[in-house]
Design a protein around this ligand. Structure first.
Ligand SMILES: NC(=O)c1ccc[n+]([C@@H]2O[C@H](COP(=O)([O-])OP(=O)(O)OC[C@H]3O[C@@H](n4cnc5c(N)ncnc54)[C@H](OP(=O)(O)O)[C@@H]3O)[C@@H](O)[C@H]2O)c1
Length: 322
């Protein structure tokens, strides 16, 4: 009888919790099956501007402990070798093996064209991880050309051809793109040399998101992976926005969690970056539901009155690339 009485408050609390009505898979366990059959975690750990062996080891230790299983790196970030080294020590410490984690890296825009294959080999050598899970073309233009130079289209086509060879030779399991707009993506889909991109990693937050790009990705079964979900390093524009804070307070979550959950709730993958253990943990603790009325506010943010510079990108703009 006593045991039953204890159950009543729990049941009442559950009824006020939106999670009671919708099934939530814990963010750390959410996976997506890519168009080539490979499985990718929906929440990953971003590492841009995280450099130096000690810092890398510390943040990856915290990230693996918190449940992250995807690490997002790039040749440009200059941290592939330190990530590779840290994982050699950390995987056994966390009872994990290579197959339990997903490593993304990216082709430097300095390596477009025929050099792309060698660049992929070099990333793999740096990471020393046996294979890379996902290799992305970081940026649709080459650093050797002006963004508006039409030769960029030829170069990225050649890069893709080289990365396709990389998949066939087992260097990377999957390939994708980053910062491709609708035009760049349609061009690649017309001539994909036998392998379709599995992911398009783009800037994506309530103040900058493009429905046309999302629709194209959904139609082609290309996973959209959001970067700079919090507005990017040092930018408090979103994190301190009054409307976002209001939603966060109402839900008993932080603004960062609301920004991340907003993407995840739309089946958009996320790769937040943080240095402190507190933020690292918080950014994968996303097992709550944003009610429809608040999703609506966030969805319309980029046209709305809530923000000083509506529809503003914080990072680089691929629309300038021919
Ligand atoms: N493909 C591309 O072109 C591209 C471009 C940009 C980013 N990316 C990838 O996407 C990842 C994420 O994007 P991002 O690094 O630009 O920025 P972000 O994830 O939007 O934000 C990172 C910033 O937010 C702070 N932060 C993290 N968690 C927080 C929390 N819970 N509360 C308050 N502040 C918090 C971080 O502080 P601390 O760092 O001081 O902890 C840092 O200043 C990158 O690391 C990279 O892997 C890709």
């Amino acid at each position: 009888m006593m045991a039953r009485l204890f159950l009543i408050p729990i049941l009442l609390l559950s009824l006020f919790n939106p999670a009671f009505f919708e099934e939530i898979v814990a963010a750390k366990d959410q996976k997506y099956t890519l168009n080539n059959g490979a499985s990718i975690p929906m929440v990953g750990f971003g590492t841009w501007q995280i450099q130096g062996a000690d810092l890398i080891k510390q943040v990856l230790d915290d990230a693996l402990a918190a449940g992250y299983r995807l690490i997002d790196s790039a040749t440009l970030y200059g941290n592939e070798a330190d990530i590779g080294k840290a994982l050699k020590e950390l995987l056994p410490k966390h009872n994990l093996s290579r197959k339990d984690i997903f490593i993304t890296s990216k082709l430097s825009p300095a390596d477009h064209g025929e050099k792309a294959y060698q660049a992929l080999e070099s990333s793999l050598k740096n990471l020393d991880s046996g294979y890379i899970d996902l290799y992305l073309i970081h940026w649709p233009a080459s650093f050797a050309l002006n963004a508006s130079d039409p030769k960029n289209a030829e170069l990225r086509d050649e890069s893709w051809k080289q990365l396709v060879k990389g998949v066939k030779n087992g260097l990377t399991k999957s390939i994708g793109v980053s910062n491709y707009n609708v035009r760049h993506l349609k061009e690649l889909l017309k001539n994909d040399h036998g392998i379709k991109p599995v992911v398009n990693q783009v800037e994506w937050h309530p103040n900058y998101h493009q429905n046309e790009l999302l629709e194209l990705c959904k139609k082609e079964n290309i996973l959209l992976q959001a970067y700079s979900s919090l507005g990017g390093t040092g930018n408090k524009n979103l994190l301190e926005n009054a409307e976002i804070k209001k939603i966060a307070d109402k839900l008993g979550k932080s603004p960062a969690q609301v920004l991340l959950r907003w993407s995840l709730q739309q089946n958009i993958a996320i790769i937040p970056k943080a240095r402190s253990a507190k933020y690292i943990k918080q950014n994968i603790d996303l097992d709550f539901i944003i009610p429809n009325e608040d999703m609506e506010i966030l969805n319309n943010f980029n046209q709305a009155k809530y923000i000083v510079n509506p529809n503003k990108k914080y990072i680089w703009n691929p629309d300038t690339v021919a």
